[in-house]
Design a protein around this ligand. Structure first.
Ligand code: NAP
Length: 158
């Protein structure tokens, strides 16, 4: 199954939830190609989204384009604000994020698009590939069993 299809499916899961529940507050950590696109779709579907970055001032155009229910903040602000947290960063950032977010994600639903590549993500990526991404995610996010976009797609096809 292609990655693009997997991400579309994962996006659909959160978009569909609007029909079943109140709107969600979604904190997006890593507002790049994937996080920026998914967050914009979720705003347009009626959810409230805080896009975050290490440089939140650079997110003004994205926030404007997404719509009135979008805002920008720091990584820790998005983690504190969202009920659902979407991680969409290069996997090599996971050790630093793990430290930064320690104790800040209690009670939240974690949804991750982040996947490792041995080249781009160097040792962190290679270790995660050896260990298995689900286990590596749990190690970095401590008590959490994050929902990985690809796991959703795989479980729906089994
Ligand atoms: N692109 C795809 O088609 C695709 C498909 C499936 C999965 N993925 C996976 O999804 C993840 C995101 O991919 P992408 O293409 O959206 O990447 P991207 O466009 O490079 O965006 C990644 C974002 O992560 C943020 N970031 C980097 N290091 C960080 C750190 N230490 N702390 C906080 N934020 C950090 C960057 O934001 P700032 O620099 O502004 O802080 C950047 O906007 C990756 O793991 C990728 O492998 C991508």
């Amino acid at each position: 199954m292609s990655r693009t299809f997997s991400l579309m499916l994962a996006g659909l899961v959160l978009c569909t939830s609007q029909a079943m529940a109140d709107t969600l507050k979604i904190g997006v950590i890593g507002a790049g190609k994937v996080g920026g696109t998914l967050g914009t779709l979720w705003v347009k579907a009626g959810h409230s989204v805080m896009f975050s970055s290490r440089h939140p001032e650079a997110l003004a155009d994205l926030v404007k384009e997404a719509g009135p229910n979008a805002r920008a903040g720091s990584v820790t602000e998005a983690a504190a604000w969202g009920d659902v947290i979407v991680l969409s960063v290069p996997y090599g950032a996971m050790p630093a994020l793990s430290e930064q977010l320690k104790g800040k994600l209690d009670g939240k639903v974690i949804f991750s698009t982040s996947n490792p590549f041995g080249g781009r993500d160097a040792d962190v990526g290679r270790k995660a590939l050896d260990m298995g991404v689900a286990l590596a995610d749990q190690q970095y996010l401590l008590i959490y069993v994050p929902i990985n976009a690809f796991d959703i797609a795989v479980s729906l096809t089994n």
